[in-house]
Write a protein that binds this ligand. Structure first.
Ligand code: HEM
Ligand code: HEM
Length: 163
């Protein structure tokens, strides 16, 4: 039986449908850095809220807490580099082709807010404003992987494939 829909995996149909998949190495780094951001952010939350240790003068912060942030800051810098590397090859092309625009722009807005609140945590937050920046930042941070999965799913769905 012949399928009327062109197969996306068949070489002859590749030229008919322009997709915006990343190359393997590129996808590896985008997923890897996103995972590292999430794991280090989540580790900070667990250490900060659930793993205080007893010190000489009462409860004190867990020594892994500063390490989670050293790694998180490094991951954040790498993330900005790799998101920048998507601008031309992925974002500009897909935006022009009007593919997956809503979730794509939502991703960009989310990343912009994460960057601004991350900057604020490092350079601007005072003792009184820090808790608000912190909660705002990590709430968006926990939404990031969900949004990324949704973005990829919707992007694939727009071609009629969900895998
Ligand atoms: C206006 C902005 C954006 C547009 C229009 C857009 C569009 C798309 C489209 C159409 C797909 C489906 C690709 C396919 O399966 O052929 C996709 C997948 C994807 N997008 Fe975006 N995107 C945008 C922003 C972003 C941003 C900021 C990120 C940052 C993390 C991102 C990461 C990805 C990833 C990792 C995939 C999966 C690619 C793959 O499976 O190889 N996108 N996007
Ligand atoms: C592009 C994305 C992101 C950027 C640029 C970013 C940047 C930053 C920066 C600069 C800090 C301050 C580090 C310090 O005070 O030593 C920070 C803290 C933090 N980030 Fe992120 N981050 C991002 C994504 C995430 C994600 C995905 C999570 C996931 C939960 C997350 C959770 C946290 C947490 C829990 C803190 C500690 C908050 C505090 O000190 O009160 N971040 N981030």
């Amino acid at each position: 039986m012949r399928h009327s829909k062109p197969s996306l995996h068949h070489p002859s149909s590749r030229s008919q449908i322009s997709r915006f998949r990343l190359e393997r190495w590129h996808r590896f780094w985008v997923y890897g850095i996103s995972g590292l951001l999430l794991v280090t952010g989540a580790a900070w939350l667990v250490a900060h809220y659930f793993m205080h240790v007893a010190g000489e003068f009462g409860e004190t912060i867990n020594p892994i807490e500063p390490w989670t942030m050293k790694l998180h800051g490094a991951a954040a810098m790498a993330a900005l580099f790799f998101i920048g590397s998507l601008l031309n090859s992925h974002i500009r092309r897909a935006n022009k082709a009007q593919r997956n625009r809503y979730s794509g722009w939502t991703m960009l807005a989310l990343l912009a807010l994460l960057t601004i609140s991350g900057y604020a945590l490092y350079y601007l937050a005072s003792e009184s404003t820090r808790p608000a920046w912190s909660i705002g930042h990590w709430t968006l941070g926990l939404a990031f992987p969900i949004m990324l999965i949704l973005h990829i799913y919707l992007g694939r769905l727009s071609y009629g494939v969900a895998t």
